[in-house]
Ligand binder design. Sequence first.
Ligand code: HEM
Length: 592
Amino acid sequence: MAIPPGIELIFKDTEANPEAKNDPDAKNAIFPGPTQSILPNAFKLPFITLLLLKLLQQSPFGVNLPTWAWVAALVSVHPANWIVSTLYNMHRVKKEAAARGAILVPRVKGGIFELIGKIRNGYMAEGFFEWSRQYGQTYIFPIFGVDRIMTMEPEHIKAILATQFDDFHKGEIDDQFNSLLGSGVFNSDGEFHRNMTRPFFSKVRISDYDVFERHAEETLSVLANRLAQGYPVDFQDAVARFTLDSATQFLFGKAVDSTSAGLPYPPSSSSSYPSSSLASSSSSETYLTHPSTKFVTAFAQGQQALAFRGIRGKYWRLFEFWKDEAAGYRKDVEEFVNPILDEAVKSLRRKEKGDMESGSGSMKEVGEEETFLEHLVKVTKDKKVVMDELLNILLAARDTTASLLTFSVYVLTQRPDIVARLKSEISEKVGFARRPTYEDTREMKYLRAFLNGSYFQCGYSIFLMHRREDLWGPDALEFDPDRFLDERLHKYLIPNPFIFLPFNAGPRICLGQQFAYNEASYFLIKLLQKFDNFSHVLDVQPSQPPPEWKPEPGTTKGRDKVTLFSHLTMSVKDGLWIRMENVHETLEEGQK
Ligand code: HEM
């Protein structure tokens, strides 16, 4: 899973896998920090303290403490335990490291307070990047007394994802994500969910471009209409709907038609834009009250709540003592998914009836015509299990590819030279009149390199690893798809493939990788066939990096004109507001 910066990295679980301790290769792997210390839960310690004080009072010594001393003892028991266990753990780690001949991971100074300062400055990733320049590619940063390990080291990431896969598990993440995602392929260990999901990613299924055609056409025409009215558009919102509709069509056999909600209007005062009857409150209301908008918002806010849990780590329940912050969002999400599920059950029953009458059909195997949802409904009668699985896969399929397309188009607004290269490849391989085919997209090497370059998506250390100059060369921070095509490919990536991991690696590599490449390629070809002159509309872009950030060599500062936002996936904070011109209009202009 893409773990955003701030979420505790999967840790080496020597407790669960005692053999890992004796593994010689594990010596130089990320060393387990005090993260695993046994800290008491909220009530156990005060209760034991109370019991001891009571015993002391009733003992032959008859120690009678004044009320304030009882209160002081109860209040200080947690901080005291924290100090003692932290010191003990530091000592234990040092001793164990010496015994293994391992190097201790450096610890950043300042921890949470420094991190909060960096987040306030607007760019969390730049904070992590700065630490990597100061402390190296692997470091510990403590949050609320719990150590987090961050790494951008391909060898360590390879160990976590592939070579020492069994030594690592998703651990607390599973617990933190439960109230929104339940248990499903994305946040569960083990092979069960993956095995159930895998058959739906056969080549035939992922190269069925009819799914993309319908939804790409719808999305592009909604965008064109709004642009024709003179308004900029939030491209991020539009592609999140395109990927939701495509994913639901692909997985459930029926799209949820979220594109029919329309598009939001720019957040700033509409005075600088044409007054249109469509901008009237009724049309905005349709957008706001559309069931898919409620779903999209609840799903995003739910993920944000999970990201906060990640930052709070093992103490997250204390912060949600009175209220589960994600449960409400899950309810809203269920409200939207429930009718889809009921419809799938009904359609399955109809099919079963038909199959029984005709004497055909297998209840065990995945048929070519069967949808993922139908398969789930067959495998289990437990509605919660089906719902969990659906939400997991929707998260995997929707937000990730929407993020890729959003950042791709952001690049198009900044780099007319890249737009020209992409258009020239389209002209050579597909032309501007017909639909792209699976074979076309496979042939389009520059488009693939462009998509590879656009992977802003993965948070945690992958995000920063993709920006390391020692791994990618002195121009690592430049957006340059040619690095996947020219001599740099042979110099950096081919000898060291673990430096590029947008889809993860090892036994839990993304199942939707080819689907995502196909979907994004298809959409971008259609977009570029139809539009030109992409521009980022800064006067309505709500969130922008601090103006005092001047471009600084070796940093990401001053490069981006949008603020990044990350929960389980990464997005542009408050949308990506752009303009683009219809190719036909541009031609007419040019001919005048
Ligand atoms: C640009 C688009 C995408 C990116 C960058 C991406 C990335 C990832 C990553 C990093 C993981 C590993 C998560 C982990 O366990 O830590 C993953 C898992 C997964 N992805 Fe994707 N993904 C994308 C699109 C998709 C799509 C479109 C689908 C489905 C239609 C999909 C289905 C899955 C599934 C089912 C898993 C779980 C695999 C498992 O845990 O065994 N992904 N993806």
